[in-house]
Design a protein around this ligand. Structure first.
Ligand code: ADP
Ligand code: ADP
Length: 234
């Protein structure tokens, strides 16, 4: 059975007269698959992410993750967005620690096992090239470095599902391509199921096993076609 099952989902914001953001969208994602979702601004990509992660309820249709109807924010999902959203008053290490503080069963064990949790964070930070920056505050790091830390925070609690909404869009092209490799490495180590929203077709082709193209027409948004592309082997 697929890991993510979206079946005939409609999403209308603000009730009956509101904006139609998804019209009869269906999509399945297999466990450990890396899917990229591309499409023009306003076609409903962010909405799709909110529904899968349980941040919004769908107006109708069903969203099932790991065999369960999604009816609340999913703690098995890690998320990262266009902007790093790190807490400025916390060190990089303590930002990456956040999921451990709020996601069970880690939260219950954190007081007792803090040293081992910190060790996991430091290992992950080293994997993305942030060794030595763990005690700094976010504003002491470049945008690209903050985004690396955000990826670590999204992955630290070993989420089965990684939801990425344009995580590299705000970065310059060199930093962006650098982070593609970082993400690819993280994916190969942890093998989460990934849904990545992007405007960048090259990014999608570089990273994903499968690319979904969403299109918008006046009042009508749908998933138009699926393109299977081979993943470049590294
Ligand atoms: P994308 O991420 O592809 O740019 P969105 O999912 O953000 O698209 O938006 C899809 C449609 O839903 C757009 O018409 C947008 O204006 C509308 N929309 C998005 N978020 C909200 C919201 N919170 N309230 C009302 N309308 C929204
Ligand atoms: P993207 O994900 O493409 O960066 P956003 O999700 O920020 O875009 O917003 C996409 C569109 O949805 C924008 O046109 C914005 O005006 C609209 N939108 C987002 N959030 C809301 C909201 N809470 N209420 C009304 N419109 C919203």
């Amino acid at each position: 059975r697929p890991f993510v099952e979206i079946d005939r989902v409609w999403m209308r914001y603000n009730g009956t007269g509101g904006t139609l953001a998804l019209r009869n969208a269906s999509l399945t994602v297999e466990r450990e698959e890396f899917v990229a979702v591309v499409g023009p601004s306003g076609c409903g990509k962010s909405t799709l992410m909110r529904l899968v992660t349980g941040l919004w309820p769908a107006s109708s249709g069903s969203v099932i993750v790991a065999g369960k109807e999604v009816d609340r924010p999913l703690s098995i999902a890690g998320m990262a967005f266009q902007n790093p959203t790190l807490l400025p008053w916390r060190s990089i290490l303590n930002n990456v620690m956040l999921p451990f503080e709020v996601v069970e069963p880690h939260a219950g064990r954190l007081r007792r096992d803090r040293a081992s949790y910190e060790k996991q964070c430091l290992e992950l930070l080293e994997l993305v090239g942030l060794k030595g920056f763990e005690a700094k505050n976010p504003w002491q790091l470049s945008g690209g470095m903050q985004q690396r830390a955000s990826l670590c925070r999204a992955l630290i609690h070993q989420p089965q599902l990684l939801m990425l909404d344009e995580p590299f869009a705000a970065l310059d092209v060199f930093t962006r391509e650098d982070l593609w490799s970082v993400l690819q490495n993280l994916w190969m180590v942890r093998k989460p199921t990934v849904i990545l929203v992007t405007h960048d077709l090259r990014e999608a082709a570089f990273l994903a096993d499968r690319i979904l193209v969403m299109t918008s027409r006046p009042g009508r948004i749908m998933i138009e076609r699926k393109v299977e592309l081979p993943r470049p082997r590294t």
